[in-house]
Structures are given as C-alpha cells and as structure tokens.
Design a protein around this ligand. Structure first.
Ligand code: NAD
Length: 487
C-alpha cells in the first residue's frame, strides 16, 4: 500500500516527518499511516510542477492524450485492486466501487485523453487586412483539492481536463481517503507521465490545502468540498488572484408529481439519496412529494429503505456501507435531534443499525424525516443517508420549494407530462436536472452548481475551457493603418 507523498515522480516522506492514520470505516481499525504534507512539501511539489510545465505544455497534444488513454487502460487492468482500496478506505460497497467508480474513472481519463487534440482555437472575423486568432493556452500549475466521498473518481474529474489542456498538477486528496489516488499516481509513472507533471500531497486542509490555495506559483485552484471551506479557498486565493473553480455542497430537490410512474420514482429516489450512504453533493436529499401520491409513495419508499442491505463494504452483497469517518457519522446522527427539536417526524431509521457485526463501524440506518421547507433539515446539507420529505400541491409550490435553499447543484423530477417537465427543468435554479432519472453523470456532460454550490464546471468542453486561457493574437496581414500621430 502506498503511503508517501508523490513529488517530482518519486514517493517521498514529508519533510517534517508527520503522518496521519487512515481508518477502515467498517470496523474503526487503522489501515495504515500516510505521510502528512505541510507547507514546505507543497512548495516542493509546486516547484516540481513548475519545472515540468514548459515541456509538458509544449508536448504534442495527441501525445498528452496518448498517456491519458494508456492510464485509462491501466486503471481497467488494475480495476479490482483499485476498487478494493476504494471500498476499504471510503466504505463504498464493493459492487459500486467495481461497477461505478472504477469504470467512471477510466472513462473520464479516456474522454479527456481523446479530447486533448480536439481542443481548438478560433479565427475571429475582424477588420479587413488583419488576422485575429485565439489560442486556448494552458494556465500553468494548477492546484486541486478533493474531498473524501469519491476520491478515485474525483481524481480523474480534476486531473483529466487539466492535463489534457497542458497544465501540470499538484493535487491534495482528503487526509481521510488518500489511498486510491496514490495508486493512480504510481500507475501514471508506469505509463510514462514525466516527473513533476502530477504531484500528490496528502495532508490536512488547514496546512497543505491552505498553502496550495494561497501559493503564488499556482495559477488556478480547483476545489471540491464543503461551502464553508470553499469560502476559505476564495480568501486564500486572493494573494495572486488565481483562478478559482468551486464544486461545493448541495441540497438536491427530487420532485415526484402525481402523474409519475411511482415504481420508477421510488427506486430512483432511493438511489438518489442512499447511493454511497448519501455522501454525495448531488444527492436527492429533499424528497418533494405531491400530496395526492405522498402516502402511497412513502409506504413503498419506506419499505424499500428498510430492506437495504447494510454491511461490510467488501461483501459483494452489501448495498449500503458505513459513512467514511466516525466524526461524520456523529454529525449525520446529530441531525436527528435537530429534526425532532423543530417538530419534524422521523418516519424511518434515525440511528445506528442494531447488528452486532456492524457495531464498531460508522454505520447509519437509512433515515426518512418529514419536515417543513424552512426547517434546518430541509435547508442544511446533512450528507448522509438522511432524506427530508416535503409535500406540495401545485407546480408553483413545487418550484418554490425546489428553489428555496441557498444551494443549486443537482435536482430531479418525476412526471409523465412533457411540458411540465421541460418547464420545471428550466425553472429550477440548479446546475443539473434529471427528468425521470437521477444522478446520471457522463464525462461529456458539464457538472457543477450555482449559488452556494459553487461556480465553474467539470467535464466536457466546459472543463477544458476552464483549464485554459483564451489568448488573442493580432496580425497585420496587409492593412494600411494611417499614423495616429502625423509628423
Ligand atoms: P471539506 O471542505 O471539509 O474538505 C474538502 C477538502 O478540502 C479536503 O481535502 C480537505 O482536507 C480540504 N480542506 C479543508 N480545509 C481546508 C482549507 N482551509 N484550505 C484548503 N483546503 C482545505 O469537505 P468534505 O467534508 O471533505 O467533503 C464533503 C463536502 O464536499 C460536502 O459539502 C459535499 O457537498 C461537497 N462535495 C461537493 C461536490 C461537488 O461536485 N459540488 C462533490 C463532492 C462533495
């Protein structure tokens, strides 16, 4: 298991020698200890990325793409090992790590591998006699900070477009879940990424993360994490006015209308909130139900939630694993009391499971709470298997509830009425809307939020553009420019 920092193509200890224990969320045991990067280590990583930048950015785009394509193949080759590491470290059920995380990670690197030589500039029709062309130039060294909920996948979302566009990277994984990212770094070295092009600096946010966000040698900081940390990133970035991309929290409204296919909606709503134990920024954590179907829906939804198999993430039969850390489990459970204090009704779950085999792990039962739109559990991101049910009567009420939080990331609606579907999809203030499905992602489709959910987009051409600067070049081909100062 890899436990050191990856700087300039080599695995090295942290300069100050500090380490961080990494826990198995299934039983609370220590898996290993990793080197803890601090400011000085981040400085070394940025220096390595700065040295690597000129050659990497001048390399033929197709060559950069070829390395990313080779990496995608390697990820598939070592898919079982990566899935095992991810499940051990994060608590993702192994069926999801194998069936979703690994294939999506490979697909993302492959997409941006193919994209590397498709990113084109443009020629602008300006005044006669001049040629004006626009190049998409890489930014330079980019800093990337990722959270613990999808470490493997987010490594590809962040690094794929940045590298394809010709930037070099210093990436800080979460101190809680660095293991799969370090293995990706090793695979990158194996397929031939030059030293310094990618550097991985696991460490705490307030030390390593803070330094990366404020570093004067970093041209852009791309951050995925909580809205509170996002604000700190913006402050830290101000010294050199670096570009900032923020993928922050969410409180996704998943609206079920009275004409919906209820079986599909019940299944979709369960997937929307219980996949990865609800630890997803796009989770459908507000279930907004039409009053005519709410009771019938909740009966089926509660039965499905109660039947979800909680267990050891490494067991292929497990459908829901533990939360990723003990601290986070406690935070999620604290929202049960918050709900009760405000008069919300706990319809299911609300505690750790009873099974003795799960007692040492960070497990929480699928939890369903009925509340009012203004309650804290309907406004704040819980980030667990905790769904807040809200009822509505008219389309206008549904829209008002959907748009009634500070966030705007994922959203969903279930209806057979095409005109209502499109009308609401454009009315919901969110970066993504799924109609009769939920949580679909694809490397070609832009991903990101509005409002307190952040700005900038991952994936697709949008992401490539976000990792480049537009450089405008003017050429006087045969224009006769009269002198401005006649002498
Ligand atoms: P977090 O903000 O606590 O940490 C995220 C990362 O930032 C970690 O690597 C952490 O070490 C680092 N960090 C912490 N303090 C820092 C600082 N002062 N300076 C620089 N870096 C710092 O978030 P989390 O608890 O790890 O992740 C959960 C949050 O992430 C949720 O709010 C969730 O919605 C959000 N998230 C958003 C998206 C999205 O795409 N919008 C995706 C996944 C998760």
């Amino acid at each position: 298991m890899l436990t050191k920092l990856f700087i300039d193509g080599r695995f090295v200890d942290a300069l100050a020698g500090g380490t961080i224990d990494v826990y198995n969320p299934h039983d609370g045991s220590v898996i290993t200890s990793i080197a803890a990067a601090e400011s000085a280590d981040v400085d070394l990583a940025v220096a390595a990325a700065t040295r690597a930048f000129p050659a990497w950015s001048r390399m033929a785009a197709a060559e950069r793409g070829r390395l990313l394509l080779k990496l995608a193949d390697k990820i598939e080759q070592y898919g079982d090992e990566l899935a095992h590491l991810e499940s051990l470290d994060t608590g993702h059920p192994i069926r999801d790590s194998r069936g979703l995380d690994v294939p999506r990670t490979a697909a993302c690197f492959r997409y941006f591998g193919g994209m590397a030589d498709k990113l084109q500039g443009s020629v602008i029709p300006v005044e006669t006699g001049f040629l004006n062309y626009v190049q998409r130039a890489p930014i330079g060294v980019v800093g990337q900070i990722v959270p613990w909920n999808f470490p493997l996948m987010f490594t590809s979302w962040k690094m794929g477009p940045a590298l394809a566009a010709g930037n070099t990277v210093v990436l800080k994984p979460s101190e809680l879940t660095p293991l799969s990212t370090l293995r990706i770094a090793e695979l990158m070295a194996e397929v031939g990424f030059p030293p310094g092009v990618v550097n991985i600096v696991p460490g705490y946010g307030h030390t390593a993360g803070q330094r990366l966000a404020e570093h004067p040698g970093v041209g852009k900081i791309a951050f995925t994490g909580s809205t509170a940390t996002g604000r700190r990133i913006v402050e830290a970035s101000q010294g050199n006015l670096k570009r900032v991309q923020l993928e922050l929290g969410g409180k996704g409204a998943n609206i079920v209308f009275d004409d919906a296919d209820l079986d599909a909606a019940v299944n979709g709503a369960a997937w929307a909130i219980f996949h990865n134990q609800g630890q997803a920024c796009i989770a459908g954590s507000r279930l907004v139900l039409h009053e005519r179907v709410a009771d019938a829906f909740l009966e089926r939804f509660s039965a499905l939630a109660a039947s979800i198999r909680l267990g050891d993430p490494l067991d292929p039969e497990t459908e829901m694993g533990p939360l990723t850390s003990a601290q986070h489990r406690d935070r999620v459970l604290s929202y049960v009391a918050v709900a009760q204090e405000q008069g919300a009704r706990i319809l299911a779950g609300g505690k750790a499971p009873d099974a003795a085999t799960l007692a040492q792990g960070y497990y929480v039962q699928p939890t369903i709470v009925e509340a009012k739109p203004e309650d804290r559990v309907a406004q704040e991101e819980v980030f667990g298997p905790f769904v807040t049910v809200l009822r509505f009567g008219t389309d206008e009420e549904a829209l008002a509830i959907a748009n009634g939080t500070a966030y705007g990331l994922g959203s969903g609606l279930w209806t057979r009425d095409l005109s209502r579907a499109h009308k609401l999809a454009s009315g919901i203030h969110a970066g993504m809307c799924w109609i009769n499905c939920y949580k679909r992602v694809n490397p070609g489709s832009p991903f990101g939020g509005v409002g307190q959910s952040g700005y900038g987009r991952e994936m697709g051409f949008e992401a490539m553009h976000d990792y480049t600067e537009a450089r405008s070049v003017w050429v006087n081909v045969d224009a006769k420019v009269p002198p401005h100062f006649k002498r």
